[in-house]
Write a protein that binds this ligand. Structure first.
Ligand code: PBG
Length: 326
């Protein structure tokens, strides 16, 4: 009988040995917490399809931001839900609009302890729910939308955002936002570009989270799940337009794209573990079908292993507490 000389199992024998040779580690700074703040809310409002996640009041948002800073998270990403929506998403430009005033309030609270990031997109602000303004025949008008994005970027920067995150998948969005920021004196505000953002059914629970008005889908601007190399093309365009960081979204079902983008670019790459990924873990765990904590940490580890510098995840605060408390 011949026995193997190479024995990978040697290094798996004890927890300490496994820790010694781990290629991927999780750290609270790897996690960015997405948060929803809703105008006019009196109490935090649970989101049914995302157990444990709420729409924040302006006050409870500050508590969440404070906790995120104390935990040493990588950042916080703000989504605003206005009371009044219109065809152009006007509330997105108002310095006193829910998103811009919340950016300012969070920034006042956390200062430079926690990077404050904001979603730069129109879908929460339009009455039709699309990420851009529409032409007379109902198509999403790329270039008219760019003009609004440019002003939105400046409004968010004036409010105090450290990072703006265009998520609308309009062609040329990074270039116009960069130019507008620079012209307004905001050279230091960074752009995290949603580069490879797919038209995904995994965004389902997010629609409830932001009370989305959308009828139909976003398939004329978000990417087709069938395409891999197009993800690289989108990432290259965003880099050429001046993106400081790139993002792939969703995460778990697109680890191939994430790996490609991380490999081919020399900037930090984020991955967004989206609402549906969260909801599936929570639903299975609530039934006792998977070990909740183990699955959450495995999913986050896998996303980092595939190449993500950091992960936007609704589990950010809880995962950070697990890492802290052991
Ligand atoms: C658009 C936006 C969406 C998400 C983040 N930004 C929704 C969409 O594109 O339909 C989804 C996030 C999630 O599902 O967790 N502003």
């Amino acid at each position: 009988m011949t026995f193997p000389a190479d024995r990978p199992r040697r290094l798996r024998r004890t927890p300490a040995l496994r820790r010694l040779v781990a290629e991927t580690r999780l750290h609270p700074a790897d996690f960015i917490l997405p948060v929803f703040v809703r105008e006019g809310l009196e109490e935090p409002q649970p989101i049914t399809s995302m157990p444990g996640v709420v729409q924040h009041t302006e006050q409870s948002l500050l508590d969440a931001a404070e906790e995120a800073a104390d935990l040493g998270l990588g950042g916080i990403m703000l989504f605003g839900i206005p009371v009044v929506r219109d065809a152009e998403g006007t509330a997105s430009l108002d310095p006193q609009g829910i998103l811009n005033r919340s950016i300012a309030a969070v920034k006042r609270r956390v200062g430079d302890r926690l990077p404050v990031m904001s979603d730069l997109c129109l879908d929460e602000f339009t009455d039709h729910g699309h990420c851009g303004v529409l032409t007379a025949d109902g198509a999403v008008d790329n270039d008219a939308t760019l003009e609004i994005y440019a002003r939105m970027g400046v409004a968010q920067a004036e409010a105090g955002a450290d990072v703006v995150a265009p998520s609308g998948m309009m062609d040329g969005q990074v270039a116009v936002i960069r130019q507008a920021l620079d012209e307004a004196g905001h050279q230091d505000v960074a752009i995290l570009a949603y580069s490879a953002k797919y038209a995904s059914a995994y965004y389902g629970p997010f629609r409830e989270a932001v009370d989305s008005q959308l009828q139909g889908d976003r398939r004329t601007y978000q990417m087709d799940a069938a395409n891999r190399s197009e993800g690289l093309r989108e990432a290259d365009l965003d880099l050429a337009e001046g993106a400081d960081m790139l993002m792939v979204k969703p995460a778990t079902a697109y680890l191939d794209v994430l790996s490609d983008v991380a490999e081919s670019s020399d900037v930090p790459v984020s991955a967004y573990q989206v609402s549906g990924e969260y909801a599936m873990i929570e639903a299975a765990a609530a039934n006792g079908w998977v070990d909740r904590r183990a699955v959450v940490l495995e999913a986050l580890t896998s996303i980092r292993r595939a190449g993500a510098t950091n992960v936007l995840t609704y589990h950010a605060a809880e995962a950070a507490r697990w890492l802290r408390d052991g």
